[in-house]
Design a protein around this ligand. Structure first.
Ligand SMILES: [Mn+2]
Length: 326
């Protein structure tokens, strides 16, 4: 598609000597996979490359090659030799607004993304809303270059495609994503390893937490959806991790029969909010999330956050209740 844009990105990268790669603050397989895929390719063409991530790496992604290079110290932004910043799968550019101005020089920012809501905050924005994942976008760009793609790079990029399509099972799975995946496997990506780490590998306590979520399924009138809730106390009881909880909405969406168009998982968070994760087979949940709670995301996968709230059971249904601010 946008070959001029790809050329511009290639030009920026070719000129740069010391590149800083950034993941999104919502860590998932796509932001990790596309960032680490770029890391391998850029390091292989002789660039000095730093990778920064604002949040700890979930255990699920520790199998990705060379995640040991990921830094979490914001001092990396103070390095005066950095002459290019690239961010992957960050739909709003929010968290870097405070970090980029701390850099000693103003440097170009390239943004690779596939969120239709991306406000184009980069110097160059490679934003392709029809792409199944940002990893797809990065892959298309890399294919337009003559840089070599190692098995390690292929493994990272395929992880992004597989996780954003829940292993080719979601409606956003495009033929481009399938073609890309076949090519990445030919380049040495290990699909069984990706499946194992991302779709299975659940701890006993995580499965118990999932069981609880399934037991509580109810009809949510707010969104006319099938919903469930996870309380803070449940997470504590089962020592659930962020990963354990975040997988529930995708799993329910995949497992429920077609009568259930929209799935919502409500969960209480440590900061006294209620977070919602929505999945859909039809209705635009990004729009629903935005209208009701100021959330956002994609048409078929979106989320929202309701500050100062908790979950309460009322007559077999669950409701979000505001905590009075004192
Ligand atoms: Mn994505």
């Amino acid at each position: 598609m946008p070959s001029l844009l790809y050329e511009k990105v290639q030009e920026h990268i070719s000129k740069a000597e010391h590149i800083l790669l950034l993941t999104d603050e919502r860590i998932d397989g796509d932001t990790m996979g596309s960032t680490m895929g770029l890391f391998h390719v850029l390091a292989d063409i002789g660039k000095r490359v730093e990778v920064f991530s604002p949040k700890p790496l979930p255990n699920t992604f520790k199998y990705l090659p060379r995640v040991d290079v990921i830094r979490r110290d914001i001092e990396v932004f103070l390095e005066s030799t950095i002459d290019l910043v690239i961010i992957c799968d960050c739909s709003d550019g929010e968290y870097i607004k405070k970090l980029l101005p701390t850099m000693p020089h103003k440097v170009p920012l390239i943004s690779f993304d596939h969120h239709s809501t991306n406000p184009m905050y980069g110097t160059v924005n490679v934003v392709e809303p029809k792409a199944a994942s940002t990893a797809d976008v990065v892959w298309r760009f890399l294919k337009s270059t003559d840089w070599s793609i190692s098995p390690e790079a292929a493994q990272c990029i395929l992880t992004g495609i597989c996780t954003d399509t829940v292993l080719f099972s979601t409606p956003n799975t495009t033929t481009d994503a399938l073609d890309a995946s076949a090519e990445l496997v030919k380049l040495g990506a290990q699909l069984p390893e990706i499946v194992r780490h991302n779709l299975m590998n659940k701890s006993v306590s995580a499965l118990k937490l999932w069981g609880l979520a399934m037991e509580r399924l109810y009809h949510d009138t707010t969104f006319d959806a099938t919903a469930t809730v996870i309380m803070k106390a449940d997470i504590e009881k089962f020592q659930g991790t962020e990963e354990d909880v975040s997988g529930i909405s995708g799993f329910l969406h995949a497992m429920l029969d077609t009568q259930h168009e929209v799935v919502v998982v409500y969960r209480e968070t440590d900061d006294g909010s209620v977070k919602g994760s929505m999945r859909s087979r039809g209705r635009d949940v990004a729009k629903l999330a935005a209208e009701k709670y100021g959330g956002g995301g994609h048409k078929l996968a979106a989320g929202f956050k309701i500050p100062n709230s908790k979950l309460m059971e009322k007559d077999g249904r669950w409701v979000v209740e505001k905590i009075p601010v004192v």
